[in-house]
Design a protein around this ligand. Structure first.
Ligand SMILES: Nc1ncnc2c1ncn2[C@@H]1O[C@H](COP(=O)(O)OP(=O)(O)OP(=O)(O)O)[C@@H](O)[C@H]1O
Ligand SMILES: [Mg+2]
Length: 272
């Protein structure tokens, strides 16, 4: 399905991504972990073609993504939806219009100028919001929503693109544990129900273990682990994070897993 072959990215004499080779044969939920500066974002940005690779290839379903130019590159960017830590929504715009932005590449300049959306697109946007549990927020200004709700709007916008894969760059890094859990559950559900390939950069190990079928560990631009979460030992984690003997997984925890029922209710009440 996806083949990344010897992919590298240099910034001057700094190698951000160093000869990464990864093959994905069917839709999966893949977590990329590693400390700050490991190259996680640069790798996703190359897959999405937000940045060009210095060398290597990205092949998706037989098509050479690294070679796409102009309109073909933009078409790829809509098949390959991206979700960011800071949501990248238009804060003053209402929720449903932000979701409809996911159709921009399909619309004429004129329709875009006059903010004209076909009725069926509007219905679909509301359906997607409903699926993510935030349909009742559709008419609100996006900035009035909580962080977790805004990230779900970003996921809705991604789904509106009809993507084949979703790339998420630290989608829960700005969220509290409760919202982090809701957003990760949404991504997992989309992967399972729609059969989408989801590749998700995560700072923390426990989230990757809990949600992903496969974990890729990066260090200094290189892949140092690639396998099932249960293969990830403390020793390997230590290698990925470049930590010493005193390394404990708790240090990379988002505490999603430590929430018990009572805490979840307390958090939910606090979020209202
Ligand atoms: N546009 C750029 N110009 C120069 N250097 C860059 C640029 N983007 C990234 N880098 C460098 O490339 C390396 C990898 O950065 P990247 O942002 O991919 O890491 P990351 O794993 O996503 O880190 P974080 O967890 O902090 O988001 C870093 O050393 C970074 O400083
Ligand atoms: Mg990053």
């Amino acid at each position: 399905m996806l083949k990344i072959d010897g992919l590298s990215k240099r910034f001057g004499d700094k190698i951000a991504v160093d000869r990464v080779t990864v093959a994905v044969d069917k839709p999966a939920m893949i977590g990329i972990i590693g400390r700050s500066g490991a190259g996680k974002s640069t790798l996703l940005r190359m897959i999405n073609r937000l940045t060009d690779a210095t060398e290597g290839a990205i092949i998706f379903e037989g098509e050479d993504i690294t070679a796409l130019r102009g309109a073909a590159r933009r078409a790829w960017q809509s098949r390959c939806a991206m979700i960011f830590q800071q949501f990248n929504l238009v804060p003053r715009m209402d929720v449903v219009s932000n979701v409809l932005h996911g159709t921009l590449n399909r619309r004429s300049t004129l329709a875009t100028m006059f903010n004209l959306y076909p009725q069926e697109d509007i219905h679909r946007a509301i359906e997607i919001l409903d699926r993510l549990g935030i349909a009742e927020q559709a008419a609100k200004r996006t900035e009035a929503l909580s962080g977790g709700q805004q990230q779900r709007v970003a996921i809705a916008r991604a789904l509106m693109q009809n993507p084949r894969l979703i790339l998420a760059d630290e989608p829960i890094a700005s969220l509290d544990p409760m919202n982090a859990q809701i957003v990760m559950d949404s991504l997992r559900r989309i992967h399972e129900e729609d059969g989408l390939l989801v590749i998700c950069n995560l700072h923390t190990l426990d989230t990757a273990r809990r949600y992903c079928d496969r974990v890729i560990g990066m260090r200094d631009g290189r892949v140092v682990f690639d396998g099932a979460p249960e293969m990830l030992t403390t020793a390997t984690a230590r290698e990925i994070y470049g930590a010493g003997e005193d390394f404990s997984e708790a240090a990379t925890s988002t505490e999603i897993e430590t929430l018990d029922g009572a805490e979840e209710i307390r958090l939910a009440e606090a979020c209202v």
